[in-house]
Design a binder for this molecule. Sequence first.
Ligand SMILES: [Fe+2]
Ligand SMILES: [Fe+2]
Length: 452
Amino acid sequence: VEQTPSKAEILGSLSLALDLVEGQVEGHAMRTCLIAIRIAEILGLSVEDKEDLYFASVLKDSGCSNNAVRILKIFGGDELVSKRKVKFIDWSSPVESLKFAIMNTEPNGSLKDRLRRMANNIGPPQEIMNEVTSARCTRGAFIAQKLNFRISVANAILHLDEHWDGRGAPFGHRGDKIPLIARILCLAQTFEVFRTTFGTGAAQEVVRKRSKKWFDPEIASIFHSIPDNDALWAELESDDLGHVASAKLPWLTSHAIDVDIDGICEAFAMIIDAKSSFTAEHSKRVTDYAVRLAEWQGYEPEPLQKLRRACLMHDIGKLGVSTSILEKPGKLTPEEFDQIKLHPKYSDIILRRIPTWEGLANIASAHHERLDGKGYWRGLTAEQLDLDVRIATACDVFDALTAKRPYRDAMPVRKAFEIMDRDLGTAFDPDCVAGLKEIYGHREEMEVAVAA
Ligand SMILES: [Fe+2]
Ligand SMILES: [Fe+2]
């Protein structure tokens, strides 16, 4: 029997999804973690501190979906690209922020488009950068708290972008006022971003230049003392970063209990839903519908638990799709639709890495398949689509139709069922739709009655 994975293992794997949403190269969070832990070892920090560093590393970008819409509005274009590029500037400098804004606002637009968008952004670019950084850190700290970690983990995430000289965000704290764990992580994540793109030498130079400005000079000098033949450098090149990290943290291998796993899935549903204003609360509602429908179908507790988790996570692959496409109000171009079609595949890649989660990955990654084989991304056919998938598919569309969108009101359930009826047996399972009708067919009448 395969063992339930540990909380550290699950979150380590899911950090891949957070790398995607920040426009980072896969493994960014885990490599940041390895660098941070190495510094902690040299500093002789306690087991608890290293544990905090681990969880703060893998969750540090969990607030990142929270500013995707804002960043899209500020810069236009592909927000994943803007997010990647902004990592290479010193945004605490007004001059660099302004230069960045000029170069990166409306990257494909005319000069007029560019100036118009910049004029719409109220306040100097540096202040705007502070604002989006704050949104990310505050939200990330909230997620860490929701997952019941020690307050020191949330605190580290909250202060991740504070700088030694007091010119960071969100509070502008300086020096020792910034928690030690946050000071280590700030250096580790910056070094990682530069190293992955420009190589170790160039990244070390950035750390040298930003010592006393961004970074605690003592931590910077400890970092520079790591010799060229240190095991860390080979570890950063590993194909299995999760394994390397967990080998260093034997105390973190205790198996996750059910409430922990449910909590992680619920937190990630929030992260996923925050990515686009079009999908606010979508994962949560699809899950509620699926649980009701599965109960109607007579599910036992264990399969119900798996289906529930799969529904919370089904759109996790959307974290890898640009918000400029997710938020596009009009019709998508074929190329943009191809991008959208990749999201269940990304969900599959992310979820399947977690031991014992194959079943969950199978359900989540099939939520856009159709009974007639014309769905995406695998083009599975009726005999390959079990009841779990049929429930998830019907509930996903039911919510997509009935949810209120920024550009239209909620569609009445009766109308949604009319639309779904046209695809009965070709896209949707007739029993599942019948179940939804029985459960939700009179929802509006009931809402009116309750309101009265
Ligand atoms: Fe989807
Ligand atoms: Fe969905």
